[in-house]
Write a protein that binds this ligand. Structure first.
Ligand SMILES: O=C[C@H](O)COP(=O)(O)O
Length: 273
């Protein structure tokens, strides 16, 4: 995999599929096989892109076996982790277990965890630190709901979540971080934020990260947009200078559609021709 340039920076585009609570371990393997087959058909179109999937926990062992056995160039990760290492935390999954399963990434603070499971900024900060402790890179999710967007306080709201999530990290840790900006009103609704909205927030997030960790670290941090991303809108979103990738929900369950999202650069070429 080579590293692409993105504006003045040098960040590899990151295309991630969050399967959420879909696909049992049999369906998950079929989906991943179809995705790998579809992508291998046009490897030249995505060899500058990092592709990752976030299956349910019960799928991860099978995904590991397939990825390692077939030497797939697809990373995978958990959708959540515990802030604790081990112990009496029924139902929780340690970052240590994810690391041992070969997970490169883990989602932290997805809006569905924040709202349905009431995960606080303090807990999410502990989860971010737990991920680093176990050698798994956190994908910290931030973003505002509709009421906050309508009130016009979405930038400050999102930056507050960001500051809380990254509190106490070193600049070296931060440089590895991935941040996903997901306006809640655009998740699973078909309402996609405009490319300019994604850029506004990603630029604000990068500026805030530069204030906290310095310009060098901030220039390395990959910022994703998530919310109703499809093959038809991904190119315009990724054409923005501070948007380095996308976190895809529903469309990642269709291997042909997700593969087309991965091939966003060919859409850019088509759009500009
Ligand atoms: O994690 C993914 C986001 O929640 C976006 O989901 P969506 O693409 O179905 O809107």
């Amino acid at each position: 995999m080579t590293t692409s340039t993105n504006g003045a920076f040098d960040r590899t585009p990151f295309i991630a599929g969050n399967w959420k609570m879909n696909m049992d371990h049999v369906q998950g393997i079929t989906l991943l096989q179809k995705l790998a087959w579809t992508l291998s058909d046009a490897k030249h179109d995505y060899n500058r892109v990092e592709v990752a999937v976030f299956p349910p926990f019960t799928d991860l062992r099978g995904v590991q076996t397939l990825v390692q056995g077939d030497e797939l160039d697809i990373a995978y990760g958990g959708q959540d982790l515990s802030q604790f290492d081990s112990g009496a935390y029924t139902g929780d999954i340690s970052g240590q277990f994810l690391g041992k399963l070969g997970c490169k990434y883990v989602l932290v603070g997805h809006s569905e965890r924040r709202t349905i499971h009431h995960e606080s900024d303090e807990v999410l900060n502990a989860k971010v630190k737990a991920a680093y402790k176990h050698g798994v890179t956190p994908v910290l999710c931030v973003g505002e709901g509709l009421e906050i967007r309508q009130a016009g306080t979405h930038v400050e709201h999102t930056l507050k979540q960001l500051r809380a999530g990254v509190a106490g990290l070193t600049a070296e840790q931060a440089a590895e971080l991935v941040v996903a900006y997901e306006p809640v009103w655009a998740i699973g609704t078909g309402e996609v934020a405009g490319p300019e909205d994604a850029q506004e927030l990603c630029a604000a997030i990068r500026a805030e990260l530069a204030t906290i960790f310095g310009d060098d670290a901030a220039a390395k941090i990959r910022l994703l947009y998530g919310g109703s991303v499809k093959a038809s809108n991904v190119a315009a979103i990724l054409n923005e200078p501070d948007v380095d990738g996308v976190l895809v929900g529903g469309a990642s369950l269709d291997p042909a559609e997700f593969a087309n999202i991965v091939r966003f650069e060919s859409h850019l070429l088509t759009d500009q021709s």
